[in-house]
Design a protein around this ligand. Structure first.
Ligand code: ZN
Length: 143
């Protein structure tokens, strides 16, 4: 079950907890990667949509399960999510020095959300991310 982002301390960033059995099943919401070690460590963790240092919001609606690469890319504003839960790519991802590989295949792909519909990210937070973090050529998403 996806349990959201846990934080018992108000002075440090939260510890993220995603447990198996439900939610996204340890799958990255963007690329679909699912990797677990035999002792249960996962490549996926919960990313804040509105960064914790701004929002101090550990509610599951302010998070998505992302693999390390997608988490970093989202935090850098190179990937975003539309109001219809489609992956958006920033033009910054395609600049000459970058070799984004499989990330280019994610454009307009529906995200993989939690099995529980009421735990999906709030569209308001995704809009905030698009407007304040993403390097989209247009701040408004047509999707
Ligand atoms: Zn990923």
């Amino acid at each position: 079950m996806y349990t959201g982002i846990k934080n018992n301390n108000t002075t440090t960033p939260p510890t993220v907890t995603i447990t198996g059995g439900g939610g996204t099943g340890h799958r990255c919401a963007f690329c679909g990667v699912r990797m677990l070690t035999s002792d249960g460590h996962t490549a996926v963790d919960a990313a804040h949509i509105i960064p914790w240092n701004i929002s101090h919001d550990d509610d599951p609606h302010n998070g998505m399960a992302l693999c390390g690469l997608c988490h970093w890319t989202f935090d850098q504003g190179l990937l975003g999510v539309s109001a219809r839960y489609l992956v958006l790519l920033s033009g910054e991802l395609r600049i000459t020095q970058n070799v984004p590989g499989h990330l280019l295949t994610l454009e307009k792909r529906p995200i993989i959300g939690p099995a529980e519909q009421d735990l999906w990210p709030h569209v308001e937070g995704l809009e905030w991310h698009r407007e304040n973090v993403c390097f989209l050529t247009s701040k408004t998403s047509p999707f």
